[in-house]
Design a protein around this ligand. Structure first.
Ligand code: FAD
Length: 470
């Protein structure tokens, strides 16, 4: 079957990869001139990369890890020590670590938590541990039920001291969905904690060894094209054209380089667009359908990724760092953590600025200035005295509508990969799969979408031959 896919983010590419593997012919149309969507990256005039987001891969990403294996590129994941490292705001320039020993899960996680005495006291650890028992015993079913509460509400309803939020979960919540614990659904935190506590290497982190479009997306494209599929850049979906029965007749595909639009037909059609852009494409006659109506309540959250190149090394920590700063979320010195960005003498910090709702409209200079103010606290030694670190250059990438904002109630409105429209399917991290809004979620959604299309093969082929003979 020929399958037209709009969007070459990880979900669209994964869908195309698994369709190719199943013997189908995917044709991917991407609006921009770069692969990867939210993992897109660009080179500046000096040849230095800057990215949409600082991206971390976890041991608890089975579908992503399998994809790396299938593509034969596992060595591109640079695994770091099994630790989580937090800045200590009350002692600027110092860190507190959760180190996971080489023990089976959940013993390694429990040991990591119990042996950290900087952040939580014993009472807080015990209260939190007791609170987690239902999640551990009842698993995903319980985790899903908790989607009616924010994380702060969940902590309160389990009599867990508010300080646990301040110490650990503001940082985790900002890292997972770029919002604070009073907004984020407790399902998000419980899903992550469950994976981290149940899988020995669940919380182990890896950095890609270079920029995602080249090091991850291109090998997927090569796989697709080697099997006869196609991936086109600068080809935005402009319109979904319908038959009388409400199913798709064709897609109008534009040309961002200035040529004419074309109408293309296929056996099945996939939207791998972000949810906010899909909503703009929904044809009028579909708008009353429950699945599309519900999408109105899924909305992307703003986030900012900032890169700062310095004239010297600020740190040699080869890991992700949780800043615990009010303005920033996680950050890393990419000159240490990522092979392609390596520089033995000078740091390049990549920092996620979140929550970004009050900052997304501000100028790059304002965002940079605010970030530097935070860095003075994170690296006091380098920003005081006569010989201070100098900024060589910086780059700000704003994403006003990024991953869907995972507030309470979203689980019930996330759509399946199949839709009531017989030849229309959905892929994207916002579609229903157990990994929420993440690269793993995007890859899994694409795989589930490909499988749904493959299973509908007979029905789709029959429908198309009927249409041709009538
Ligand atoms: C700052 C930041 C940090 C992140 N950190 C992490 C992390 O550490 N770990 C993790 O797992 N996840 C992280 N994520 C989330 C992760 O990047 C996303 O969940 C994932 O990449 C989403 O993939 P997707 O394919 O569903 O959507 P997208 O990547 O948004 O792909 C959609 C594609 O559709 C294209 N498109 C849009 N309109 C059209 C059109 N009309 N026609 C054709 N194409 C169109 C877009 O250009 C895009 O390429 C982060 C995200 C951000 C923004």
């Amino acid at each position: 079957m020929r399958v037209a896919i709009a969007g070459a983010g990880l979900a669209g590419l994964s869908c195309a990869k698994y369709l190719s593997q199943a013997g189908h012919t995917p044709i991917v149309y991407e609006a921009r001139n770069v692969l990867g969507g939210k993992v897109a990256a660009w080179k500046d005039e000096d040849g230095d990369w800057y990215e949409t987001g600082l991206h971390i891969f976890f041991g608890a990403y089975p579908n992503m890890l399998q994809l790396f294996q299938e593509l034969g590129i596992e060595e591109r994941l640079q695994w770091k020590s099994h630790s989580m490292i937090f800045n200590q705001p009350e002692e600027p320039g110092t860190y507190s670590r959760f180190d996971f020993p080489d023990l089976p899960a959940p013993l390694n996680g429990v040991t990591a938590i119990l042996s950290n005495n900087d952040m939580l006291n014993w009472y807080e650890k015990i209260a939190f541990g007791i609170g987690l028992i239902p999640a551990m015993l009842r698993g995903q079913e319980y985790v899903e039920e908790c989607d009616n509460q924010s994380w702060t509400e969940w902590l309160r309803s389990h009599n867990i001291p508010e300080r646990v939020n301040d110490e650990v979960f503001i940082a985790m919540s900002k890292a997972l969905n770029f919002i604070n614990p009073d907004e984020i659904s407790s399902t998000v935190l419980l899903t992550a904690l469950n994976r981290f506590l149940q899988e020995k290497n669940g919380s182990k982190m890896a950095f890609l060894d270079g920029a995602p479009p080249e090091r991850l997306c291109q090998p997927i494209v090569d796989y697709i094209t080697n099997k006869g599929g196609e991936v086109h850049l600068n080809k935005p979906l402009r319109e979904i054209n319908l038959k009388d029965d409400g199913s798709i007749k064709s897609l109008t595909i534009g040309n961002a380089e200035g040529g004419d639009s074309v109408e293309i037909e296929a056996d099945a059609y996939v939207s791998a667009l972000p949810v906010d852009l899909l909503k703009l494409m929904i044809p009028k006659s579909w708008k009353g359908l429950e699945v599309f109506r519900k999408l109105e309540n899924l909305r992307g959250v703003p986030v900012i990724n900032i890169h700062i190149w310095f004239d010297r090394k600020l740190t040699d920590i080869d890991h992700l760092l949780f800043s615990r700063s009010p303005l920033l979320s996680v950050y890393a010195d990419m000159s240490v953590t990522c092979k392609e960005y390596e520089d033995p003498n000078r740091s390049m910090l990549e920092l996620v600025f979140a929550p970004a709702k009050d900052w997304i409209g501000k100028s790059d200079q304002d965002i940079f200035d605010a970030t530097i103010d935070e860095l003075r606290k994170l690296f006091p030694d380098h920003f005081t005295g006569t010989d201070q670190a100098k900024v060589r250059k910086y780059k700000v990438v704003k994403t006003p509508l990024s991953v869907y904002k995972a507030i309470p109630g979203c689980q019930a409105i996330r759509p399946s990969q199949e839709t009531p429209i017989t030849n229309f399917f959905l892929a994207g991290d916002y579609t229903m799969q157990r990994y929420l809004a993440s690269m793993e979620g995007a890859v899994l959604s694409g795989k589930l979408c490909a499988s749904a299309i493959d299973k509908s093969k007979e029905r789709l082929e029959q429908k198309n031959s009927q249409a041709q003979s009538s």
